[in-house]
Design a protein around this ligand. Structure first.
Ligand SMILES: NC(=O)c1ccc[n+]([C@@H]2O[C@H](COP(=O)([O-])OP(=O)(O)OC[C@H]3O[C@@H](n4cnc5c(N)ncnc54)[C@H](OP(=O)(O)O)[C@@H]3O)[C@@H](O)[C@H]2O)c1
Length: 285
């Protein structure tokens, strides 16, 4: 990765920071993104402590003006971007809207990767890695893209639903950039005891999973405390020569290529998600 530049969103903590750490260790210049300038500066200093070039930018990627500002700042710093990891994930326990009036999980998991990737396309000369999560793969409900009808159910969660939409949007993106030198793939990280998970209460889980939440919380620090593990799939997709030129693929937490879930392959759902992103992004892209 020497001579290459990577941007990782949501990289001042959690799995994103470990992804950034992995890329710095491979010699990449890495641009971190988080919402808080102090945390961003501290993370950059920590990652650069053993050598390497690490810079930090501040943006809330769930807000379209911030995404546009972030893309402009990246363009000021780089002539070319080799890797973009769209890593930010959120999981509020109830339906919330961003300042743009977009449902928050849709904004973080689908609209932000769509908009940031579109804005950075002129600079991109390499790999886009989108991070899925939860239990993705169910049917995409075209009447509920922003959780208007239900947000949590027996096994349904808008978190999982939007991660499936991210996968559908990534497949469409991969088709559009095919042959251009840019690739778009999706990585599944696996569980990590991160700030997001630490702050989640049982109220944020589908009803069927709530009984196991106390057990999960008890075991998580020991079982899932090493965040280098869930960062492996994103580092692999962002850097490995083994996946050079691979486009439109889905990789598991063990860095193996896996079939796409049926929900993401549904062409009607891909169209609907893409159209909604175009409408919401409006003049930003
Ligand atoms: N943790 C898991 O078990 C797990 C499992 C499967 C998939 N995933 C996925 O992996 C990705 C990373 O998850 P994580 O658990 O590491 O998340 P996390 O704990 O919430 O990540 C924290 C990082 O994201 C930044 N961040 C949060 N919201 C942001 C926003 N709106 N704009 C910019 N930066 C933001 C935080 O910095 P500031 O607070 O300073 O902004 C911090 O750097 C997500 O896409 C998640 O869905 C996680």
């Amino acid at each position: 990765m020497h001579g290459k530049t990577a941007l990782v969103t949501g990289s001042t903590g959690g799995i994103g920071r470990e992804t950034a750490r992995g890329l710095v260790a491979l010699g990449a210049r890495v641009i971190l993104v988080g919402r808080d300038p102090v945390r961003a500066r501290q993370a950059a200093a920590e990652l650069a402590a053993h050598g390497g070039t690490v810079e930090a930018l501040t943006a809330d990627v769930t807000g379209l003006p911030d995404v546009a500002r972030l893309a402009a700042q990246v363009a000021e710093r780089c002539d070319r971007l080799d890797v973009l990891v769209n890593n930010v994930g959120v999981n509020p326990p109830r339906r919330t809207l961003t300042e743009d009036g977009v449902e928050a999980t849709f904004a973080a998991h689908v609209l932000a990767p769509f908009t940031l990737t579109r804005l950075l396309l002129p600079l991109l000369a390499g790999r886009v890695v989108n991070i899925t999560g939860g239990i993705p793969g169910g049917r995409i409900d075209l009447d509920n893209l922003q959780g208007e009808r239900r947000y949590l159910g027996w096994t349904f969660s808008q978190y999982n639903h939007t991660k499936t939409m991210l996968m559908a949007m990534s497949l469409r993106f991969a088709e559009q950039v095919d042959g251009s030198g840019v690739t778009v793939n999706v990585a599944y990280p696996g569980h990590g005891h991160t700030p997001m998970n630490q702050s989640m209460t049982a109220a944020g889980f589908p009803y069927a999973y709530r009984p196991i939440v106390p057990l999960l919380r008890l075991a998580a620090p020991r079982l899932f405390g090493d965040l280098s593990k869930p960062a492996r799939s994103s580092v692999h997709l962002a850097s490995s020569p083994e996946v050079e030129g691979v486009n439109g693929a889905y990789f598991t937490m063990t860095c193996r290529r896996a079939p796409w879930p049926a929900g993401a392959l549904d062409r009607r759902a891909q169209d609907a998600v893409w159209r909604l992103c175009e409408t919401l992004a409006g003049g930003t892209v």
